[in-house]
Write a protein that binds this ligand. Structure first.
Ligand code: SF4
Ligand code: ZN
Length: 269
């Protein structure tokens, strides 16, 4: 299998996979969304909340704030379900410092309370973005709370999904019928400006990877001048994250999870 990265930044990666089965790409997609471990706020203890926001809504909002969940963070914590504090009768909270990160938020000045006001006991583990609004305080109002983040997976709750987009499509193949002329109507039918006519009125393609295989061009062509299909074993994959980890970390973690599933399968037989 060959991988060619087309676009990459901190939150988004588009890459082309050559010589790959759709089933394998789909397994990576599903694991990328559902089984890659991520740190998210799970427990909230509200000590004071004078704002007009209900405690339940406030707790829900806190759970949706992306927290830094890079490899270093994930490796420094034990997943809550595997931690021995679960079996400790003296631990009534259900978490401990080995499997959780505590945050506190105290604010008494009027204005908007932002994600940057959440402070953890580890300065490197913090909300990814500073400016996510949480609630608004008026004059003489206060909010004080403690929150605890643990590692979880998207299959338990969507707040643990690191990906906001994790998708693939088969690589488009667009062919022209040399015996027929491609009309302007067909060119204009494409919503992604893939089709162009050159000076000699010959059809050309640009940014073919943006083709969504919608076949609007084929439907607009009355003389079968164009055909759209896809390559069987070539796939365009896109991963976009909420910033808690990079797309590359999601991909590598998904491959690790798939690998361990395959190992279990082999061991069984
Ligand atoms: S299939 Fe859709 S996106 Fe692709 S070239 Fe035709 S109209 Fe454009
Ligand atoms: Zn624990």
């Amino acid at each position: 299998m060959e991988i060619e990265v087309k676009e990459k930044n901190d939150n988004e990666m588009i890459f082309v996979l050559n010589d790959i089965d759709v089933e394998f790409a789909n397994a990576i997609r599903r694991i990328g969304m559902m089984e890659v471990p991520k740190l998210t706020i799970e427990y909230v203890s509200i000590i004071k909340n004078d704002s007009s926001m209900f405690n339940e809504v406030l707790a829900h909002r806190l759970g949706l704030i992306p927290i830094v969940s890079d490899n270093k963070t994930i490796e420094s914590l034990i997943p809550n379900e595997d931690c021995d504090c679960k079996d400790d009768e003296n631990n009534t909270r259900g978490y401990c410092s080995k499997c959780s990160v505590s945050f506190s938020l105290t604010k008494s000045t009027p204005g908007i309370v932002y994600s940057k006001d959440l402070h953890s006991n580890d300065p490197e583990i913090k909300p990814v973005y500073d400016t996510i609004p949480i609630l608004k305080l008026k004059e003489d109002q206060e909010v004080e709370l403690e929150a605890v983040a643990i590692i979880g997976k998207g299959k338990e709750h969507a707040k643990w999904m690191p990906t906001t987009v994790c998708t693939y499509k088969q690589y488009p193949v667009i062919t022209f019928n040399d015996k027929e002329e491609l009309s302007n109507d067909v060119v204009e039918a494409c919503p992604n400006n893939i089709l162009k006519l050159n000076r000699k009125k010959k059809p050309t393609l640009q940014n073919i990877e943006n083709c969504t295989l919608c076949k609007a061009c084929v439907r607009a062509s009355e003389n079968d001048a164009i055909d759209v299909s896809h390559e069987k074993n070539k796939i365009i994959f896109k991963i976009e994250t909420d910033g808690s980890m990079t797309p590359k970390e999601v991909l590598l973690s998904a491959c690790d999870v798939l690998n361990s599933k395959a190992d279990k399968f082999i061991e069984f037989f």
